[in-house]
Ligand binder design. Structure first.
Ligand code: F6R
Length: 272
């Protein structure tokens, strides 16, 4: 069972996770953070940046690895995930842009692009804490339903569903790229800790399937059930289809601090 924390709203979830990340960064200045994009992690990045500034936590040794990137957007496109991360993470935290890595398709050798990204993650010592959102289809990263649970970073085609969801960031659906490069499910599972965030009723079904449904490639997010250290932070709306909310609430309310996965700290045994 994952550690499931039900919070009031995205702001409260962001404050909780932002605090945990800031405390970990103070203890471990060379933290390697796996970065999700989209709407969900924004409140976490904002909270983290606020704490880092207020408490003068050094960030010069922090490294970030994006989960995914669109293929085919011109360099500097405001909706490329590199640019999104520059706006939401690099600038507010005061990082050098070189501290953030984003998967990049090598035009001369698309097949090798994934291996290059995996090698960069390995060279950094692996991801310490991977932040995850979840798509309505149950995707993590851009691993759409049917993705191999052992997959590594590679080029994928986005589903129509995801393109429609993400068209809110573009002028029209036609402007949403068709392909992307994404860390694989297997890549994500290699991170030392996973923190999944989901806010709003549109995520309720995916969250229920990910946490309580069967482990299946049809719901790539269900692969988090294979990970030993996973915390899921949801608001009431995103939790509304979960069956075992009573046990999640009482576990969180009564869990001794040493047993909780948040604050993040060194891996500890949870009762999950
Ligand atoms: C983005 C990513 C996706 C999003 C998911 C939810 O890097 O990997 O899996 O986390 O599509 O997107 P939002 O947060 O915009 O609802």
């Amino acid at each position: 069972m994952a550690e499931v924390i039900i919070v009031e709203d995205a702001r409260a979830g962001g404050a909780l996770v932002g605090r945990a990340l800031a405390d970990q960064l103070r203890e471990q200045p060379d933290l390697v953070l796996g970065l999700a994009t989209g709407s969900t992690p924004s409140s976490t990045y904002a909270a983290l940046a606020e704490i880092v500034r207020a408490e003068s936590i050094p960030v010069d040794r922090l490294t970030g690895f994006a989960l995914d990137e669109y293929v085919g957007l011109p360099a500097g496109h405001p909706e490329s995930y590199r640019e999104v991360l520059i706006r939401e993470v690099v600038a507010p935290l005061g990082l050098d842009p070189s501290q953030i890595h984003v998967p990049e398709m090598l035009p001369d050798d698309p097949q090798r692009s994934g291996e290059v990204y995996e090698a960069a993650i390995d060279a950094a010592g692996g991801v310490d804490v991977q932040l995850l959102g979840i798509g309505r289809s149950g995707h993590i990263g851009f691993n759409e339903p049917g993705s191999s649970l052992a997959s590594r970073t590679r080029i994928k085609t986005l589903t129509e569903h995801t393109r429609v969801d993400n068209s809110r960031f573009f002028d029209s659906l036609d402007d949403v790229p068709i392909q992307c490069m994404t860390q694989g499910v297997g890549t994500i599972l290699r991170a030392k800790r996973l923190v999944m965030l989901a806010f709003g009723a549109a995520k309720a079904e995916g969250i229920a399937a990910a946490i309580e449904g069967p482990l299946t490639a049809a719901v790539p997010a269900s692969a988090i059930q294979l990970h030993e250290y996973v915390t899921v932070v949801v608001d009431e709306a995103a939790a509304s289809r979960l069956e075992h909310t009573d046990s999640y609430r009482s576990a969180w309310a009564h869990k001794p601090a040493w047993q909780s996965l948040l604050p993040i700290g060194a891996p500890r045994r949870s009762d999950g």
